[in-house]
Ligand binder design. Structure first.
Ligand SMILES: Cc1ncc(COP(=O)(O)O)c(C=O)c1O
Length: 436
């Protein structure tokens, strides 16, 4: 997520919004970073005018719509403009292995709430560590084949705490231009020198590393969250090693689904031991919440003292922790879940290839349906919703302005029949809108 557009573009909002209706309808979030007043709150007026007068009705209401069911293949949702209940096919949720509502996961979470209550009631450093956290960290280290692992409240706070805890001003972070916002934010907080290299281009990484002196950290993702393409990891690792850089991989979308034992893209390429820092989340394939770092005992020991987003934040809820522990166990015990996922991915991918749907470079369970710079992205989202398919429009700042899309997340719990119905709806809408 978060293709790099820093510093943000900014067009000051018009002084009198009511006189600029046409212009306002062309605006997006980037027009509301700055205002000319000395009062921080002045920006709210122009933003409200845009949001309530233009943006919401134009399609932004498609964000933040509330679901009233588990993130299953069929969901109930309150449509965001007229607040009507809709029964929809769902291809928008992560939950790649369907574990968020697996009966054993629910039972584990219920037992945990009886034993521990709702929350951890403390930072892990102080009173917040419970035995279930320690069990999860041990199970995860074993799963990853690493000496140690550490759990954070979210994947976001994992990257922020890890990167800012490890890298210092004067050091250099070099990352793929498509890395997630949490990685960018961790790098900003570290105050290290930061550089981006062109997406998935080892030659560009090499060029960016060539003149760098001192400590260096290279950051890539396993599967890129918005494009669904896989890191060119062997080439990246070779370049990083040539320059003496440490390498970190974020497997948020590839952990528990890629690799012979579900360790991720690093395992898929047989490069597990070449990567210095493995990061991931429990919010995608395991259907829970929280993030992790896995690596050497010394790395984890250091982060215990320096990862501020963990030290100064309440530990992950024991209820979620117990559910995630069970989900991890199921993902290890039932590799057939991954087999089913990849069969579903192949099935949907073939339907799209036959129909000529543009899915960019995706090869994974994340399939972007590219609308690119066509302004009809919201109208198409609305048509999909009205036809019974829940897919979110993805626009700037999550992706670059000319790369709007709908992002599909395939799950092992989708059936081929449901995927066919969803594909029919999507292809029909794209044809009517003359995208196909
Ligand atoms: C690559 C990557 N890292 C980290 C995160 C943040 O994870 P979480 O949602 O668990 O906080 C995401 C979320 O989508 C992601 O795609």
């Amino acid at each position: 997520m978060a293709h790099q557009t820093l510093p943000p573009e900014s067009t000051p909002p018009p002084a009198d919004a009511s006189k600029s209706n046409a212009a306002m309808s062309e605006y997006d979030y980037s027009n509301f970073f700055y205002s000319s007043s000395d009062d921080l709150f002045t920006i709210f007026g122009a933003y409200d005018d845009w949001w309530y007068g233009h943006a919401r009705e134009k399609g932004y209401y498609l964000f933040y719509q509330a679901m009233s069911t588990a993130p299953k293949p069929r969901i109930d949702l309150e449509e965001g403009l007229h607040h009507e209940k809709r029964a929809l096919l769902n291809l928008a949720s992560y939950n790649y292995l369907g574990l968020s509502y697996h009966p054993e996961v629910i039972a584990a979470a219920k037992a945990a709430v009886d034993q521990y209550g709702l929350g951890s009631a403390g930072s892990p450093t102080l009173s917040g560590t419970m035995d279930v956290h320690v069990q999860l960290e041990k199970a995860l280290a074993r799963h990853m084949g690493k000496e140690a692992a550490m759990v954070f409240p979210t994947g976001y706070s994992t990257n922020v705490g890890l990167i800012s805890g490890l890298v210092r001003p004067g050091d250099t972070i070099i990352m793929d231009q498509n890395v997630h916002a949490s990685i960018v934010d961790g790098a900003i907080l570290s105050k290290a020198n930061t550089r981006f290299f062109r997406h998935n281009r080892p030659d560009e990484l090499d060029r960016k590393l060539r003149d760098v002196k001192g400590k260096k950290l290279v950051i890539v993702e396993g599967v890129y969250s918005m494009d669904g393409d896989v890191a060119h990891l062997p080439e990246m690792v070779a370049v990083a090693k040539k320059h003496g850089a440490r390498i970190m991989i974020d497997e948020a979308h590839s952990g528990f689904v890629y690799g012979p034992t579900g360790r991720g893209v690093a395992e898929h390429f047989g490069l597990d031991d070449e990567i210095d820092i493995h990061v991931g989340t429990f919010s995608k394939a395991l259907g829970g919440m929280g993030g992790y770092v896995a690596g050497s005992k010394s790395l984890i020991n250091y982060l215990m003292g320096f990862a501020r987003s963990r030290v100064f934040s309440c530990a992950l809820s024991p209820v979620v922790t117990a559910g995630v522990l069970k989900a991890l166990e199921i993902s290890e015990r039932e590799p057939q879940l991954r087999d089913r996922l990849w069969k579903n991915v192949a099935h949907l991918r073939k339907r799209f290839a036959d129909a000529g749907v543009d899915v960019a470079e995706s090869t994974s369970q994340i399939i972007p349906v590219m609308i690119r710079k066509d302004p009809r992205v919201f109208a198409i989202g609305e048509s999909l919703l009205n036809a019974g398919l829940y897919l979110q429009p993805i626009i700037y700042p999550a992706v670059a302005k000319h790369k709007s899309r709908f992002r599909i997340s395939v799950s092992s719990v989708h059936t081929p029949e449901l995927l066919d119905t969803a594909a029919d709806i999507l292809i029909d809408v794209l044809t009517k809108e003359q995208i196909l």
